[in-house]
Design a protein around this ligand. Sequence first.
Ligand code: PBG
Length: 320
Amino acid sequence: MIRRPRRLRLTPQIRDLVSEISLNVTDLIYPIFVIDGETEDIPSMPNIKRYSLNDLPDALKEIVSVGVKSVLFFGIPKEKDETGSGAYDDNGIVQRAVRLTKEIYPDLIVITDICLCEYTSHGHCGILENSVVSNDQTLPLLAKAAISCVRAGADIIAPSDMMDGRVGVIRNSLDKEGFQNIPIMSYSVKYSSSFYGPFRDAANSAPSFGDRKSYQMDYRNKKEALIETQLDIDEGADIIMVKPALPYLDIAKTISDTFSVPLAIYHVSGEYSMIKAAAQNGWIDEKSVVLESLTAMKRAGAKMIITYYAVEAAHWLKGE
Ligand code: PBG
């Protein structure tokens, strides 16, 4: 007798019936760049823009109309300085974008990335002491940034700086301000990755000297991912994250098998741009490659996925 696994693959209906994983629009989080200036294209990220506040409402309209429920804001300020003060300015670009967004779409989940690199003149994720990023001097500024974003209306805070102890410091500060109900989505396992290149073009946030290897993780390490995640959970992280996505699905799978906190995977800018470029050359079928990739992230254990493809994927999931 032949065992026949093909029996369960014979029609689309049977394949749907037995499928183990489903990708839903509610899994997707769409990153949005907002700029204190005019709307601009991002050459290394086709179809993604830096939106001015004037153009943001139209962009949000499309995002919401296709069913996307969550967005993640990054700000590009007019001026950067040594201490990244734009990150914790109550009138900063992200704070204004959040206020505007929540006014128009109170039910849209607004997440703000908390980091200094888009706001510092040197492009590092924290403030410098003798050209080294000072962990402990950076912590209070991250907490200030978190509080000012929540005051503006942010629903979830997502620290991406990789300073030690930041989840605990942010949690305490939020609680002290009466924001006990605001979840922290921590970039727990963030590797120092060359796949962030197009993002740094988009946010004009490449470090002006050196690199981020003294705070982001070394991609040779897997056990360290367990330590980072455990620390963040102990400090109060409500959602944990692995970043980047496809080259790190082994890490995502281990984290999801080990911890019960919901896991986010970040499908980063370089991953997006590679698919776009190949698709624009006619070398791959964009829709099927993207849906296959996002489903693989769910299979590895992601509960949610941050992706620049969220809006296009939402259209495709609706059969458009
Ligand atoms: C801020 C931040 C970065 C990304 C998310 N938050 C850039 C970096 O760490 O250099 C990268 C996201 C992407 O590549 O899409 N620290």
